[in-house]
Design a protein around this ligand. Structure first.
Ligand code: GLY
Ligand code: MN
Ligand code: MN
Length: 451
């Protein structure tokens, strides 16, 4: 698998160069310097915030832990990596990861910023800078700082993943799969939310700071908090349900996966199984040419039908969607682009200019992707049903409550909610679920579900 990643890097870089050359030519630049970033310091403190690399930088090089570095690209020339390794006896200086990617680069280590400036060769023409701007760059001679038109062009193109990126994301899914299996076993074995989270990290082989987003590890009612961030440490409480939304990263590429497990209640177990089947039908609809807004609206119809068939609402699916009753229980988008960022960029962009957006369907303000699917897109598919007091109260107040069976809602509230999320690559011929080797309810560890 690392072989795939190594073997495909050169063509990944060719694709990036071609895309970038087009963006630079269109907007009148001769070169591009991408700055990896520098973590700011906490107020009145000597500690920096966690370092999060500029996504444009890790697009070019698989380096995610090295501040103050530059990638320099000039069309027609070998790309250069200016690698900052300070003389520092307090920390271990960052070290470049090995691998075939290094052969593609002209790599220079530097110990100070002045040396970096020399190596950028800014005198060669009009250079665009992309990254977090630092005051010390003021007189270096960049022609533009984060030019929006160039960034929009690169962001739009980035939705289509290269084979290298797909290989990284498959590996990120494999790591997360190990964590998900361990987390489910920790839950079933009596661990607390905290224990379960730690079991996930240990099995995936990651420190918390290496996760692509903070793990969502929620028992019982916590599942109704979409981005539940608390980790309860007590072990003794009830264990009715368990929702875990957790991923991993490989070379800066993320996976984003959710499973929900029942603690044993037969009604809730059936609801999870029905949601799982529903989610797999939606995954089957990830095909090139499909408007992703249709996937979202189909999810609402499916969820409306499930709410009706399980007696949670009285109205049929069509009414549930038309009158925004499905939104009471499913208040987020069906998914998003995934890649260098968990919610990857340009999901609404109508084209590469960055001037036009494809609107979300009326009444669906949280959908993050409105583009039509193309081969190479990686998207999540993450339908859910939640029992959220805030939204239930609103529905009760605005009349939608007449469609809701409040007895059923009261019975299900203690289970919090259900979300099932997989990462799906759209290809020219068939979808590929990247998140294989993950257990699905009912437990089927290592059954393999790629298609
Ligand atoms: N983990 C955040 C999301 O699913 O979008
Ligand atoms: Mn997620
Ligand atoms: Mn997601």
């Amino acid at each position: 698998m690392h072989h795939d990643i190594d073997a495909t890097f050169a063509s990944h870089l060719d694709t990036l160069r071609t895309r970038t050359d087009a963006a630079l030519a269109r907007h009148g630049f001769d070169g591009l310097a991408i700055y990896s970033g520098s973590p700011p310091y906490a107020f009145l403190d000597g500690q920096p915030y966690p370092y999060l690399v500029n996504p444009h930088f890790k697009h070019w090089v698989p380096v995610t832990d090295a501040p103050d570095c530059f990638v320099v690209h000039v069309p027609g020339a070998q790309p250069r990596l200016v690698y900052f390794q300070p003389a520092d006896y307090w920390h271990r200086p960052p070290q470049l990861p090995g691998g075939a990617w290094q052969q593609a680069y002209d790599i220079h280590g530097v110990r100070d910023v002045a040396a970096a400036r020399e190596l950028l060769g800014l005198g060669r023409g009009r250079f665009a800078f992309i990254g977090e701007w630092q005051p010390e760059f003021e007189d270096w001679g960049f022609a533009a700082v984060n030019p929006q038109a160039v960034i929009a062009h690169l962001h739009y193109a980035r939705a289509v993943k290269t084979p290298y990126e797909l290989a990284c994301m498959r590996q990120a899914s494999r790591l997360a799969a190990r964590g998900h299996v361990a987390a489910r076993d920790a839950f079933l074995g009596g661990g607390s939310e905290y224990d379960t989270h730690m079991a996930y990290c240990a099995a995936a082989g990651v420190r918390e700071e290496e996760l692509p987003y903070g793990n969502i590890v929620a028992f019982n009612e916590g599942g109704a908090v979409l981005h539940y961030q608390h980790l309860e440490r007590g072990r003794g409480g009830p264990r009715r349900s368990f929702l875990i939304d957790a991923g991993a990263q490989v070379r800066g590429y993320a996976s984003d996966i959710t499973r929900t497990w029942s603690g044993g209640d037969a009604g809730f177990t059936d609801l999870v199984a029905a949601m799982d089947a529903l989610q797999q039908r939606l995954c089957a609809g990830i095909v090139a040419g499909r408007d992703y807004r249709d996937v979202h609206l189909e999810a609402h119809r499916e969820i409306g039908a499930l709410l009706h068939s399980t007696g949670i609402v009285h109205c049929d699916a069509e009414t549930a969607v038309a009158e925004r009753v499905s939104s009471v229980f499913f208040p987020h988008g069906i998914g998003h682009l995934l890649g260098l960022q968990v919610h990857d960029v340009a999901g609404l962009a109508a084209d590469a200019t960055g001037t036009r957006e494809i609107p979300r369907p009326d009444g669906h303000p949280y959908l993050r992707l409105t583009r039509s699917l193309e081969p190479g897109f990686v998207v999540t598919v993450e339908p859910g049903i939640y029992f959220i007091d805030l939204l239930l109260d609103e529905a009760r107040a605005d009349g939608r409550g007449r469609h809701i069976d409040w007895t059923a809602v009261e019975r299900l509230k203690p289970f919090g909610g259900i979300r099932i999320e997989d990462d799906v690559a759209c290809t020219a011929s068939a979808r590929q679920i990247l998140t294989h080797r993950l257990p699905r309810p009912p437990a089927q560890i290592e059954s393999g579900m790629s298609t």
